[in-house]
Design a protein around this ligand. Structure first.
Ligand code: C5P
Length: 306
């Protein structure tokens, strides 16, 4: 058994995020098509006297480096399941935008589950890891799985979605994050204003067959046309400047544009790797985002590095 384990875990973009009514538990019913992209965090797990956390990367100061970090909570939860005191140091090297709508915190929790399982030799069944992941957060099970998957329930009930080939993305990273609960709350407020009700009058969300077919056949143009995010109006309402970012990407030739999850990161689909590189350069120079990063996918979920 190795004394240090490093786990690499990807960010996600929701190529479809259909948000249904608010449930009695406060969560929203979803049909969420998660897509794992090659922007990564790395979580290194090392034996220690007690549970400690450190964070590196450009946005490290915005991430809690204590037991409130979701990765630390993951180590505690896995330890409790197997009767192990979580005496580990978790070092998180962040490449995923923080509070950016790309599930970076959830990714770190998934990586901590996988890393502690490997370090402790618990050999947890994937179903047990998925159950613990769902307890930690709606997006954590997808961090374990990766690829492309439909998330139902509050996003934690996953079924893999077949895809044909790679898709090329650019992610425009904003200055500062958005709070996921605040964006869901704004979505409810806008729906109530609209004369409906955020709790009732809403259809049960379902995956879009046109989008699933575009993924299956690897048709980037069709995927670009089918992208949708019910949280986008709420993210734009809370951060109106994102409209200029989306417009800059569309003007620069993106074949699909949307806010990633609850935002504020904006996602742009390109037709190939060269177009994505050029689009990233144009967006970075546009002054409508802090930086723009190209990334391809789908990629696997949390993986132990050699
Ligand atoms: O599951 P997670 O802790 O990541 O969710 C963060 C917040 O996002 C929840 O507290 C809730 O406000 C909102 N949310 C929701 N419906 C979902 C997922 C998240 O309302 N399906």
């Amino acid at each position: 058994m190795s004394s240090t384990i490093t786990v690499r875990v990807p960010a996600k973009v929701n190529v479809q995020l259909a948000v249904g009514g608010r449930r009695a538990d406060g969560f929203h019913g979803l049909a969420s098509v998660f897509f794992a992209v090659g922007l990564y965090d790395e979580v290194t797990v090392t034996p220690a006297d007690r549970l400690t956390v450190s964070v590196a990367g450009p946005d490290a100061a915005a991430v809690p480096a204590d037991r409130s970090n979701l990765a630390a909570r993951a180590a505690v939860l896995l330890g409790a399941r197997y009767g192990i005191t979580p005496q580990v140091h978790l070092h998180i090297d962040k490449g995923i935008p923080v509070a950016g709508g790309m599930a970076g915190g959830s990714a770190d929790a998934a990586a901590a589950l996988v890393g502690c399982d490997a370090l402790w030799g618990t050999g947890a069944d994937p179903a047990v890891l998925a159950e613990l992941a769902a307890e930690l957060g709606s997006d954590v099970p997808f961090g374990l799985l990766g690829g492309v998957a439909l998330g139902e329930g509050r996003g934690e009930v996953l079924s893999p979605v077949p895809t044909g080939g790679s898709f090329h993305w650019v992610f425009a990273v904003a200055d500062g994050g958005l709070s996921t609960p605040a964006v869901y709350g704004e979505c409810d407020r806008l729906r109530d204003l609209d004369g409906g009700s955020a709790d009732t009058d809403l259809p049960v969300p379902a995956a879009d067959p046109v989008l699933l077919e575009a993924l299956r056949t690897g048709d980037a143009t069709a995927l670009g046309a089918a992208l949708s995010n019910d949280l986008q109006p709420a993210a734009l309402s809370l951060r109106p400047a994102l409209a200029a970012t989306l417009r800059a990407g569309a003007d620069a030739g993106a074949i699909g544009t949307l806010v990633s999850g609850s935002g504020p990161t904006c996602a742009f689909l390109a037709k190939d790797a060269a177009s994505a590189a050029a689009l990233a350069t144009t967006l970075t120079a546009s002054g409508t985002c802090r930086t723009a990063l190209p990334a391809a996918g789908p990629v696997p979920g949390a993986t132990v590095l050699d």
